[in-house]
Design a protein around this ligand. Structure first.
Ligand code: PMP
Length: 401
């Protein structure tokens, strides 16, 4: 009997070691990793420079606490501010905590403006985490069911629908912020139209709301820029980060700018582990390596190649609804639930994921090479076409009967 709580329907494999985009299990079988630990290990596994940076820090200092100055935290704050244009940052350990900080910032911002019950506009199919507040913000009944009562103060609208946000603005005077993922990851790799972010910025400006972009999954180079908002040039007021920030060392961050940057005072928020020396050393090494190895350019090049090839090989097929994404955040939406593809791919030595039941999701490490992309396609395309054949076979049989 396992003594680990049954919160994940785990696949029957345990990895022992990794190198780049490859993982090995105990029997020596190797797997091509097109998940990167769910958009975490952008540098791939065991990157020598990352390992050396962690080893060096481990021998010096792991943790002191936020009761004292932490030089590496200051340094990481400077770097994050420089690459994002944001003013300052609160460090924590995960994506949900980064979102909790954002939600608290929004509420404090509202209270400072004498709004008694501040509300935040959130989106259908959004995913913001599993804590009580962040699951309340999440747009999935599956995530919320069984954990009611939910936290109040969230107003939900359809994703990528500016008019729906405008209608909320007209009717609800308690709104203080919008919280949105520009590319919804867990929700099915959903992308927004070009003017969406600028439209949200305009609405937020008119009503003095905070624009809060959850870049936990889309950030840290995954879409080809440090952050997904940088494709449009519209800057948020608040930006939660995690996942790829530490390449596997747990670290989250909530960045703030303008009116959101000076809200927290000593005692308003905190985290024991948040931004400790080891986590900050990991994040600093991650930032250095992404820059030095031009991994964002690789994310664009390799991501464009994979999406183009998927489009060419699967695009026209019956049963394939859409191939979409940006950089190395890629979704293939089918018209049937396709969870069975995950263990089938595993059997063929490939790690993929299916989200929202019918969207194959690919989140390869940013170091993914052209040959690895070709191998991914050579394994995945036949799997999907065989799946589609199986789906249409009973229908064809029924029609001919
Ligand atoms: N926000 C987004 C956009 C995410 O994708 C996730 C995790 N999938 C989270 C928040 C929560 O992050 P964590 O699991 O680190 O709490």
């Amino acid at each position: 009997m396992t003594h680990v709580m049954n919160t994940y329907a785990r696949l029957p494999v345990a990895f022992e070691r990794g190198e780049g985009a490859w993982l090995w299990d105990a029997s020596g079988k190797r797997y091509l990793d097109a998940m990167a630990g769910v958009a975490v290990c952008g540098l791939g596994h065991s990157h020598p420079k990352y390992v050396a940076a962690l080893r060096a820090q481990l021998g010096k200092l792991v943790h002191t606490s936020n009761l004292y100055q932490i030089t590496l935290q200051e340094k990481l704050g400077d770097r994050l501010a420089a690459i994002s244009g944001m003013d300052n940052v609160f460090f924590c350990n995960s994506g949900c905590e980064a979102n909790e900080a954002a939600i608290k910032l929004a509420r404090m911002y509202g209270h400072n403006r004498n709004i008694e019950a501040p509300a935040i506009v959130v989106m259908d199919k959004a995913f913001h985490g599993r804590t009580i507040a962040t699951l309340s913000a999440t747009g999935s009944r599956k995530v919320q069911a069984g954990f009611e009562p939910l936290v109040a103060g969230f107003v939900r609208v359809p994703f990528d629908d500016l008019d729906a946000v405008r209608r909320v603005a007209e009717s609800n005077r308690s709104v203080v912020a919008v919280l949105v993922e520009l590319l919804q990851g867990e929700g099915g790799v959903n992308i927004c139209h070009d003017g969406y972010l600028a439209g949200l910025r305009e609405i937020c400006g008119t009503h003095e709301w905070l624009l809060m972009l959850d870049e936990v999954q889309s950030g840290m180079g995954r879409t080809g820029t440090w952050f997904a908002f940088q494709h449009s040039g519209v800057k948020p007021d608040v930006m939660p980060l995690a996942k790829g920030l530490g390449n596997g060392m747990p670290i989250g961050a909530c960045l703030a700018a303008g009116p959101a940057a000076q809200l927290f005072k000593p005692g308003n928020h905190g985290s024991t582990f948040g931004g400790n020396p080891l986590a900050c050393a990991a994040a600093l090494a991650t930032l250095d390596i992404i820059e030095e190895e031009r991994l964002m350019e690789n994310a664009v090049r390799t991501g464009d190649f994979i999406r183009a090839e998927l489009g060419r090989k699967l695009g026209g097929l019956k049963g394939v609804r859409e191939i979409r994404g940006k950089g190395l955040m890629i979704g293939i939406e089918l018209d049937h639930p396709c969870g069975e593809l995950v263990p089938q791919a595993l059997g063929r030595g490939l790690l993929i994921n299916v989200t929202m039941d019918n969207v194959v999701r690919l989140l390869p490490p940013l170091v993914f090479k052209r040959e690895e992309a070709e191998l991914l396609l050579a394994t995945l395309v036949p799997l999907v076409t065989e799946f589609l054949d199986r789906q249409s076979a009973p229908q064809a049989a029924a029609q001919s009967a």
